[in-house]
Design a protein around this ligand. Sequence first.
Ligand code: CO
Length: 303
Amino acid sequence: MRRIYLSSFVLFAAAVVILLASAASAFPVDEPVANAKKGILLVAFGSSMPQGEEAINAVTEAVKAAYPGTEVRVSYTSRIIMRKIARESNKIIDEPAVALAKMAYEGFTDVVVLSTHIIPGAEYDDLKSVVDGFRVMSEHGPKAGFRNIALSRPLLSNSQDFERMAQAIVDTYPQKDKNSAVIFVGHGTHHFADAAYSALQMALWRKSPNFYIGTIEGMPSYDDVLARIKSSGAKNVTIAPAMLVAGDHANNDIAGDEDDSWKSMLVKEGYKVTPVLTGLGQNKAVQNLILDKLRESLGDDKQ
Ligand code: CO
């Protein structure tokens, strides 16, 4: 009688433990948390130029330093760049869908996809669709997907971000006098997220009138910036990329020697132009912004 009482008590206790365990975590009971294999997949457009790669490496190192126990992998979205790198240096870089499939195959359970995009534009939308695909696969079981998959938000995705990015830019180029202007040139896009550049301009003007944002393919345009600089009376212009890397656009469209580069056009207008060839990825304050986006998507931000 006592033995029956005891064994049913043990069964009851075991059932309670299992129930509590499954209530406490969303993970299946047969997959204990102890088996978690966590990974971070950093995603960049990519660059085949050494200076460009330097900026991506700088961000990667900052992430590794912040999460020493977690494997960090790097993925590019530009197939043209990945093919060029494979051809020229035999180095294989995977696009996000391939990198994630490999991570699932290798048994990663919890993955954060770290976007290094500046604005939530078309590149970010594409990345989101890949992550959403893996999320759907994950819902059907861990075989093709993950137990948890998250995607961080781009650098300029809420009002605080504009403030922080503007501060990072102003701190990087302390304004000396009203004869000097600093132009940050972003990529720009047909996507409505192009509006982020104009918002960043407003955030910058709150801090200093001598900072300008322009874009290569969107708004504000070169003409928009030129008109403002003309009326400011500035004579000296520092010009820098508002892009993660100082790659092809920075070296050619912005600071190149061709007649149609921003540098050449500004020189022709009579300005003394100083080009800066470092990407935002090399800026410590911007790296911290990226790390905060990562913390936010991991759910361990302390804000
Ligand atoms: Co481009």
